[in-house]
Design a protein around this ligand. Sequence first.
Ligand SMILES: [Zn+2]
Length: 214
Amino acid sequence: MKQKIPCFCENAFSVDVPDEIDLDARPEYINEIMDGTFMNFICPSCGKKHKPEFPITINWPERKLRIEALPELERGEFYRRRKKAGKKSEPKEPPPLETVIGYPELADRIAVIRDGLEPAAVEALKYYLLVKAEESLKDEDREISIWYQGKTDSLEFHIHGIREGEVAVMRIPLALYEKTLDDYKKRPRGEIFASLRTGSYLSVQNMLRPEILK
Ligand SMILES: [Zn+2]
């Protein structure tokens, strides 16, 4: 689909953006999504780099993943649309098309799937880590975010925003991941796991959203 990107140099330019990509057929997209170079465009007039977010569907048949990435700017709209549609519109379990919001969350999910992990368990671990991080903030009002980084003999997460300009590295032992995964398999609709999901959207963000969007 053709999309127009407005630039500060007062020239808008057109780019050709796919509606859907297949990671089995084009594995080079995996690294681009992870390193943030996916869908970067250079303005032909002034050379400025743009990183817009267009809605896109990602297929990864080998990993049985089919996911839509919505732009971060549509986050509020996603919740409002669901609220309006009411409970009847709840998709079947599992939903035919999973949702992530914002390309950073897309990169995070692709990394989780690449590493063979269950997203519900990873999002639950993020929630535990965020609760701990918020305790350490006390009364400071800061926006903190958490991202999955990778797996070695532990799962590594980065928390942004605890201190200005610093990234906190947190490691979760694999055994704790396995235990969380086990809890999820036993009780997939247990309290925490149910709260992590809003329809097709599974994310710790569902527990952090402002009251007005619930
Ligand atoms: Zn420009």
